[in-house]
Design a protein around this ligand. Structure first.
Ligand code: UD1
Ligand code: CA
Length: 556
């Protein structure tokens, strides 16, 4: 819908929102990826008004900061001690007028004059409460279009509700049906209380009429406040045309007053968001168990499995399968990627890549096309090239991993020396052994290998095998000497008496069970491991020496 841009939008956000029972101002509570105020400002911003003003008072610094982060050129207006929505708009209009006069004076000065006849802002002013999260630009644009086409002084958005408790009622002339005014719940007569059409607190005012009517407001009402709603009756009495646009969708204009209402509106907004995606070609297996923020972008033919939450600026490309049980915040997922039981933020997952299950992607993770980050892996600030794999039980932090490299199971990128973080660079087509410690800063060249269980502290040049573990030593008779009297010692003794070979070991197990019962079975299992018992004993249990070559290496 095309419509003239309004001269200004005024968002009312000075109230405390006491029914939230929160240390945080009501309008800063989040739903679907924005604050309540953020939703109002997004809806307003869609109209591309010349100016946007937010009226603040309660926790003004916090509310202002949020308004500025949503709409950087927003005008912050402080409401004074006088309470009421009418007062809030009086404060806003005097700021808007002052800004318009200053702009007119600047224009005049540029044209070589010091005279302007500007009384302030001119044209349509949209006013809305800051606590209406489902409001959208389309609805505001329709209201604005009605306002212009009717040549109205005031156009108010209304709706019919089942329970109008607390709302201002729209009073119409019984004969003509014209809106004659709004009466607040607490000021309403019994007949007026029966009216089900309510004021949404969303209006368009013609600046001149508003400026005039605001000078006539008083506080003669049950709350002793300056009511904005009185503007309608005043504008009408001075010859202005006052009209209502009634939306058939009450949720669209419902305000948040407490956390129960917030939950209802959050669920409704989510339901609408999911519906939009499903109609655009996204498969959502279980809409009741899926939460998607309003700014998430999802291509057709994406499948979302149950228990998935997509937050922030997340984008999902076509053919991807997300979930079950996956939470992604500000992530980019490529075509046909699969992300299962994963918790990720600020990460990029390449096309055809696979992630999960039970995977933690921290900010700065970049996984290339066809890559894999598997089970029980945590990745942070690391780029993994095309086809690179970290399949199992690893931590990859502050690293670059080249294409088609495989990181062995249980590898830790040791990025932190207790003071600073350091980078690890692993080349392309590298094969690291299982259970490595890669102690940063370190570089492993293209095509290199590392031995299982290595602690890699020095660079491994391209094509080298890096190994830090020494040859294995078996200390003969150690269990008999140092653990005599244990089940292990008994099992070992029986294994040594038996003929060598696996059959004999099994018979030792059988004898153990006969003699000692099932309680010893687990000890016997341990003894059944194919551990060669060598006669030679060094008598020393000292660990490997770094310089000792890996046996596979010396064989070459
Ligand atoms: C207001 C309307 C009522 C309407 C209802 C819809 C008035 C007098 N009444 O009542 O007709 O049906 O909204 O939800 O306008 N605010 C300020 N400064 C103030 C007071 C309020 O900026 O001094 C802001 C609040 O932060 C809030 C909005 O104005 O965003 C509405 O205020 P609230 O107190 O919730 O008004 P209601 O009593 O609900
Ligand atoms: Ca309210």
């Amino acid at each position: 819908m095309t419509t003239a841009h309004p001269a200004a939008v005024v968002v009312l956000a000075a109230g405390a929102g006491t029914r939230m029972r929160s240390a945080m101002p009501k309008v800063l509570h989040p739903l679907a990826g924005r604050t309540i105020l953020g939703h109002a400002l997004a809806a307003a911003g869609g109209l591309t008004p010349s100016r946007t003003a937010v009226v603040v008072r309660h926790e003004r610094d916090l509310v202002s900061a949020e308004a500025i982060s949503c709409t950087p050129d927003v005008m912050i207006v402080d409401q004074d001690d006088v309470p009421g929505t009418g007062r809030a708009v009086q404060c806003a209009l005097s700021s808007l007028d002052a800004a318009a006069q200053a702009a007119a004076a600047a224009d005049a000065a540029e044209a070589g004059s010091d005279l302007t006849d500007s009384v302030g802002v001119d044209g349509a002013i949209v006013v809305l409460a800051g606590d209406i999260p489902l409001l959208n630009t389309e609805t505001l644009a329709e209201l604005l279009a009605e306002h212009h086409s009717g040549g109205n002084a005031v156009t108010v958005l209304t709706t019919n509700v089942l329970d109008a408790t607390g709302y201002g009622r729209i009073v119409r002339d019984p004969a003509s049906g014209d809106v004659v005014g709004i009466v607040e719940h607490r000021d309403a007569s019994p007949e007026q209380l029966a009216i089900s059409e309510i004021n949404s607190s969303i209006y368009v005012f013609e600046a001149t009429s508003l400026r005039d009517a605001l000078t006539h407001l008083d506080t003669h009402n049950a709350q002793g406040e300056v009511y904005l709603t009185d503007v309608l009756e005043i504008a009408r009495s001075t010859g202005g045309r006052v009209r209502a646009v009634r939306t058939p969708d009450p949720m669209l204009v419902e305000g948040v007053n407490d956390r129960a209402q917030l939950a209802v509106l959050r669920a409704e907004l989510n339901r609408r968001t999911l519906d939009r995606h499903m109609r655009a070609g996204v498969t959502i297996i279980d809409p009741a168990a899926t939460w998607i923020d309003v700014d998430v972008d999802i291509a057709p033919d994406v499948t979302i499995a149950p228990g998935t939450q997509l937050h922030g600026a997340t984008t999902i490309a076509t053919g991807a399968i997300i979930g079950p049980e996956t939470t992604l915040t500000d992530c980019e997922v490529g075509e046909h990627a699969q992300v299962v039981r994963t918790h990720g933020s600020l990460s990029v997952i390449g096309s055809h890549a696979t992630v999960g299950p039970f995977t933690y992607l921290r900010p700065g993770t970049r996984l290339g096309t066809d890559g894999k980050i598997g089970a029980f892996v945590e990745v942070k600030n690391a780029s993994l090239g095309e086809g690179a794999k970290v399949p199992h039980l690893s931590y990859v932090g502050d690293a670059t991993v080249g294409e088609h490299t495989n990181i062995g199971a249980g590898t830790i990128f040791v990025n932190y020396d207790g003071v600073s973080k350091h980078h690890t660079s692993v080349g392309a087509f590298v094969r690291t052994g299982a259970n490595n410690m890669l102690v940063a800063p370190i570089t492993i060249g293209d095509g290199a290998y590392t031995g299982a269980g290595s602690v890699i502290r020095k660079d491994v040049p391209a094509g080298n095998l890096g190994v830090s573990s020494g040859p294995q030593r078996n200390i003969s008779g150690w269990v008999q000497r140092r653990r005599s009297g244990t089940d292990s010692a008994a099992a070992a003794a029986m294994a040594q008496q038996a003929e060598p070979g696996s059959g004999a070991v099994l018979s030792a197990q059988a004898r153990l069970e006969r003699e000692s019962g099932a309680a010893l079975r687990s000890a016997a299992d341990g003894a059944s491991a194919p551990t060669p018992v060598t006669p030679a004993s060094t008598g020393s249990a000292t660990s490997a020496q770094d310089a000792t070559p890996y046996e596979g290496d010396s064989a070459r």
